[in-house]
Every structure is written in structure tokens, then in C-alpha cells.
Design a protein around this ligand. Structure first.
Ligand code: 3HC
Length: 309
């Protein structure tokens, strides 16, 4: 098993990260998003350290990455299983894990944070990392709904701080929203665009506005589907089928809510509602709130709008 605990010592010079390609990536947060980001970075030849607070989470992340890689190779190397296995091992060799973020970032080109959507927790993390990471290390957050500027201001490197917003499932979704906050330097922004391309993704440029592009459109649509159902104007099954067959979406809104997580969707809409209470697009949904309070958060808890095995 090539997935090893952190012990990488880099000999590469870090003298000019922004001018040179990003090679060493630290991903903080071993959940679904962090694991996915680590996987695609490793699969595209980057040296990756995946960091979380406890070994058990990291073991689960490693298992998830291996499982996802196997799905990727099953398709990509359908006729060459040996080459597929070789690819999996090569990718796994590019990833190590650690519970010690402070020591990992002492020698990294880019930190991508994908931890809990809590501004204080993110600020505390970046503020601590800022004290130990080299001056030229770029920091990025995968936040889906918090302002990048509010996270970046916890550090002394607001010019070397941007947003890198990935989509679930990261290995499959081609888009990365690259967010330029007002203080993000052009050099940093360009480095993040280049990094996204190096991952084989398609980057789009975003301003530091609520929900960037995708979530600003997607989340109100998802909640509107719940409201349609709450009004008794359609069953969730019919609404899902309608959007798949009538609009060509790969998943219906209820399937997607279960996939993304009802807790995550509620968190996003509640934050926007607080910010702009008059906007009907951001109004809370009683049904969504009820399911979240019952612990029915979707696929991750085994039940949301639907039951999952
Ligand atoms: N890892 C690797 N390969 C995967 C994978 C994963 N996690 N998920 C799917 N695949 C590949 C596999 O090859 C799989 O075949 P397999 O099941 O035999 O291994 C193949 O895709 C087909 O997968 P499925 O049979 O599960 O179903 P689909 O054909 O519907 O594809 C999907 C799955 C790509 C998830 C597709 O349904 C889809 O695009 N859904 C919409 C997802 C979406 O909108 N994501 C964005 C959410 S918003 C967000 O993330 C932002 C955040 O801030 C909230």
C-alpha cells in the first residue's frame, strides 16, 4: 500500500512559487471535497499532503481515494487492467497524510483548505498557518459560501490568498471557480488559474461575491424545487424526472440536494438570508429545516429526501 504517513522532505526550491508551477500541495480537510482535491492533484503529478485532525479520518479519506481511483481506472483503463493498477499505485505514491498542518506547510507551494464552513474556524486555521508557511506559499479556500476576503484577512498575505472552489464529485466535475478577492494579486490569481488547468480542470474567473457563479444560481434553484414541492405542486420524484428529462440535468434537484447534503444547502441559504432577508430567493424552507433538524442530511447520513443504502 503506497499511502504513507507524512515524511516527505522536499528538496525543491521554493524561491519563486508564483512565477513557477505549483508542485507541492497541502490539502487541509480529509472530507469528501478535500479527498477529491488531493486525489486529482496527485493524479496530475503533484506531491500532495492531505491533512486532518485525526488519523481515523485520514484512514477513511485514503480508503475513499483508493475507491474513487479504482472507479476512474475501471473506465479509463477498461482494456488494460495492469496499466490501471500501475496508475492507481503511482497516484497513491504522490499522496501522504499528516495530522500536523504546521509542519507540513513549512515546505509547500499551495495550501487548499476544505474544512468545515465556519468563518472563525477557517480564520483560526489560516492565521496559524500564516505564521509558519513560507512567504511565497499561496493560500486558497474551497469555501462554497463565505467571503474569501473575510477568511484572508486573518493572515498577513491577502495578496497571496484566493478561492479555489471545486465541485462534488471532484474527480468527475470539470469546473473550478477561481476567486479573485479585491486584495488577491494578479500573480496569485494567474497561478491559481494555471494550477486548475494543471489539474485537468476548466477554471472560470469569479469575483468574491456570495455563491460565486454556480452556487448563486444552483442553491436558489434547489430550494425553489423544495418550495414547489411544499406547495403541493409536484412530487419530488416527478420534479426530479422533469428536470432530468426536460432540462437535461444529470440529477434532479432532490437527488442533488441529497448528494450535496441538506445541511450544507441549509447553511448556505441561511447565511444569505441573514445577509439579505428581503430577497425571496434566499427565504428558508420549512421542509428543508425539518429534515435537517431530524438528522436527515442526505446521502452522508443514509436519508434525506430519499433513503440511501
Ligand atoms: N469517483 C470516481 N468516479 C466516479 C465518481 C467518483 N466519486 N462518481 C462517479 N464516477 C464515475 C464512475 O466511472 C461511475 O461508474 P461506476 O459507478 O461504474 O464506477 C460513473 O461516473 C457513473 O456514475 P454513476 O453511475 O454513479 O452516475 P452518473 O452517470 O449519474 O454520474 C455524477 C454521476 C457524475 C455525479 C452525475 O450524476 C452528475 O454530474 N451529477 C451532478 C453533480 C453536481 O451537480 N455536482 C455539483 C454539486 S454543487 C457543489 O459541489 C458545490 C458545493 O459548494 C455545494
Amino acid at each position: 500500500m503506497a499511502f504513507f504517513t507524512h515524511q516527505i522532505v522536499r528538496s525543491l526550491s521554493l524561491s519563486c512559487v508564483r512565477g513557477a508551477a505549483i508542485k507541492h500541495v497541502t490539502v487541509i480537510g480529509g472530507g469528501l471535497m478535500g479527498s477529491g482535491i488531493a486525489q486529482v492533484a496527485a493524479a496530475t503529478g503533484h506531491v500532495v499532503v492531505l491533512v486532518d485532525t485525526c488519523e481515523d479520518i485520514l484512514k477513511k479519506s485514503a480508503k475513499g481515494i483508493e475507491g474513487s481511483l479504482k472507479r476512474v481506472v475501471k473506465k479509463k483503463f477498461a482494456d488494460k487492467p495492469e496499466a490501471g493498477e500501475e496508475f492507481v499505485q503511482k497516484v497513491l505514491q504522490n499522496i501522504s497524510t499528516s495530522t500536523d498542518a504546521a509542519s507540513v506547510v513549512k515546505n509547500t507551494d499551495l495550501v487548499v483548505e476544505a474544512i468545515v464552513e465556519n468563518l472563525k474556524v477557517k480564520r483560526d486555521l489560516f492565521s496559524a498557518l500564516d505564521k509558519v508557511a513560507p512567504e511565497n506559499t499561496i493560500f486558497a479556500s474551497n469555501t462554497s459560501s463565505l467571503p474569501i476576503a473575510d477568511i484572508a484577512s486573518s493572515t498577513g498575505r491577502v495578496d497571496r490568498f484566493g478561492g479555489l472552489h471545486f465541485f462534488n464529485p471532484v474527480p468527475m466535475m470539470k469546473l473550478v471557480e477561481v476567486v479573485q478577492a479585491p486584495a488577491t494579486s494578479q500573480e496569485t490569481f494567474d497561478a491559481l488559474l494555471d494550477f486548475s488547468r494543471a489539474l485537468g480542470k476548466h477554471p472560470v474567473s469569479c469575483k468574491d461575491t456570495p455563491g460565486f457563479i454556480v452556487n448563486r444560481l444552483l442553491v436558489p434553484y434547489l430550494i425553489e424545487a423544495v418550495r414547489l414541492h411544499e406547495r403541493g405542486h409536484g412530487s419530488k420524484e416527478d420534479i426530479d424526472v422533469a428536470m432530468k428529462l426536460g432540462a437535461g440535468y444529470p440529477m434532479g434537484p432532490f437527488e442533488l440536494l441529497d448528494y450535496v447534503g441538506l445541511d450544507t444547502s441549509k447553511f448556505i441559504i441561511d447565511g444569505w438570508n441573514e445577509m439579505d432577508p428581503e430577497n425571496p430567493l434566499f427565504a428558508p424552507s420549512p421542509l428543508l429545516n425539518k429534515l435537517v433538524s431530524e438528522g436527515k442530511w442526505g446521502k452522508k447520513t443514509g436519508e434525506g429526501f430519499y433513503k440511501h443504502k
